[in-house]
Ligand binder design. Structure first.
Ligand SMILES: C[S@@+](CC[C@H](N)C(=O)[O-])C[C@H]1O[C@@H](n2cnc3c(N)ncnc32)[C@H](O)[C@@H]1O
Length: 159
């Protein structure tokens, strides 16, 4: 399975980079992982709602360029569906069985994801009703995908 994590914005904090690199290394045993970053747009402090929509649209344009027609797209969205780790693992296994071997997780920037990405998504995944910073979300997602593979393979992993 090829897993792409498509994200808006860079990782600026060293402690996130360390965590992300660690899980990316662990995941290399289970899948082909690619992390693609598109640059975020500057958001003025006093941006109007309309300006924010335009900023999200520009980020959306950049993200859409990396989403192929045959990709199974999972958008990370607060309003999406919440799963247990076991359910996420089952979902990933099912995608593999169905031949959906090109899975793209998309993480938005500080304003969230453009509507076109949410509409394109085959699945919207929520990690809770709380808002996480996108840098942290990337690390948490990789950990959960790694956990998902361990569960799928029946391999031990700390609870
Ligand atoms: C700082 S958040 C954006 C917050 C923005 N106000 C929104 O409502 O989407 C950046 C990105 O992290 C991801 N994210 C943050 N919290 C999340 C959660 N609880 N569940 C799923 N994704 C989340 C989403 O992809 C979001 O676009």
């Amino acid at each position: 399975m090829k897993i792409t994590v498509l994200c808006v914005g860079k990782i600026k904090e060293k402690y996130f980079t360390l965590g992300i690199d660690e899980y990316a290394k662990r995941l290399s045993r289970y899948c082909k992982l690619e992390i693609i970053e598109v640059p975020d747009e500057k958001t003025p402090d006093n941006a109007s709602e309309n300006e924010e929509l335009q900023i999200k649209a520009k980020e959306g344009d950049k993200l859409l360029r990396y989403i192929k027609d045959n990709a199974f797209v999972i958008a990370l969205a607060i309003e999406g569906k919440m799963l247990t780790s076991e359910e996420l693992s089952e979902k990933m296994e099912q995608l593999g069985i169905n031949g959906d071997s090109n899975v793209v997780f998309v993480i938005g920037g500080s304003l969230g994801l453009d509507k076109r990405i949410l509409d394109r998504a085959d699945y919207k995944l929520s990690f809770s009703k709380m808002t996480f910073p996108h840098q942290m979300m990337r690390m948490v997602l990789l950990e959960q995908v790694y956990r998902g593979f361990r569960i799928m393979k029946g391999e031990p992993y700390h609870k």
